[in-house]
Design a protein around this ligand. Structure first.
Ligand code: TPP
Ligand code: SF4
Length: 284
């Protein structure tokens, strides 16, 4: 059955066939994100040999590796952006993309996320926000909605979630957008923009984990979670005229920033040139 589906799926050329079918649970939003990324690469006609795709640890990290057919780097938990920074500095001509989960990138790896955005290094981060640590059994995360149930907040979560996109925008990224897995066409367009802007770009994707999050929060069917995303999404233009109370629990979707700012690897190379010139080390 899986083989039949993959034989007619046009994006299969971007997947490692030997790793299929994926280990993602049926209805996991990770498949939608993988599909959106492959479509964005396809529509931009990016040669996968020009890509380096980096992930940390978690179910969402599998999207990059082992499933995406490019040079991929499956790193330690929380450190994907640190590895990606090294790759970009060493190979500035490559398109460096990080795909991983909210736990990986915004919890244990949150410091790297903020400081990569502050440096405005030219890497694209696709952050799959499913509100929990999916791979390890559905523990509470800094992204878990207020009041939600998880294995480690079985009565209700009493913390408020980190607003990832707003934090990254405030830190200085060139491009930040948030969509959900129920907004696939907008998501593909945003990933395309993120892959083309110079500087740090983040696409946060609100995604369903029906197994670890949905079934503890009365949404065990993936479609129920998608209906929730559609019902509670607010376009950013509308959100600007709403109070914090009105926005409580809503998903603000759209582009938060799209701006030109100096990029880190260009600044670094300018500095190297200046220092070499100063010490007479430049080769003519
Ligand atoms: C240093 C370290 N701490 C903890 C873990 C255990 N661990 C593996 S994946 C994970 C959480 C993954 O959550 P997230 O990034 O949100 O991805 P998801 O599985 O939800 O897609 C944790 C805590 C680990 N592998 N390494
Ligand atoms: S546990 Fe959740 S995040 Fe992990 S593969 Fe299953 S549905 Fe997806």
């Amino acid at each position: 059955m899986a083989k039949e589906i993959y034989s007619t799926y046009p994006m299969v050329k971007y997947l490692r066939k030997e790793a299929l079918p994926t280990a993602l649970c049926p209805g996991c939003g990770g498949g939608t994100v993988l599909n959106a990324f492959a479509n964005a690469v396809d529509q931009l006609k990016i040669d996968p040999r020009d890509l380096v795709v980096v992930s940390g640890i978690g179910c969402s990290a599998w999207i990059a590796s082992p499933y995406f057919l490019a040079d991929t780097l499956h790193t330690t938990h929380g450190r994907a952006i640190a590895f990606a920074t090294g790759v970009k500095v060493g190979l500035p001509d490559k398109k460096v993309v990080v795909i991983s989960g909210d736990g990986d990138l915004a919890s244990i790896g949150g410091n790297h996320l903020i400081h990569a955005a502050r440096r405005n290094i030219d890497i694209t981060v696709i952050l799959v926000n499913n509100f929990i640590y999916g791979m390890t059994g559905g523990q509470v995360a800094p992204t878990t909605p207020f009041g939600a149930r998880t294995t480690t907040s079985p009565y209700r979560n009493i913390e408020h979630p980190l607003q990832i996109s707003e934090t990254v925008a405030a830190a200085g990224a060139s491009y930040v957008a948030r969509w959900t897995t129920a907004h696939v066409y907008q998501l593909i367009e945003s990933i395309k923009k993120a892959l083309t802007v110079k500087g740090f770009s983040l696409v946060e994707v609100i995604s369903q984990c029906p197994v670890q999050f949905g079934r503890r929060n009365r949404m065990k069917e993936p479609a129920e979670m998608l209906r929730w995303f559609l019902k509670d999404s607010v376009p950013i233009s509308k959100a600007r005229n709403m109070s914090p109370e009105e926005l409580e629990g809503k998903f603000v979707i759209g582009e938060l920033v799209n701006r030109e700012r100096p990029e880190f690897t260009e600044e670094l190379n300018k500095l190297i040139d200046e220092v070499q010139e100063h010490f007479g080390l430049r080769e003519e």
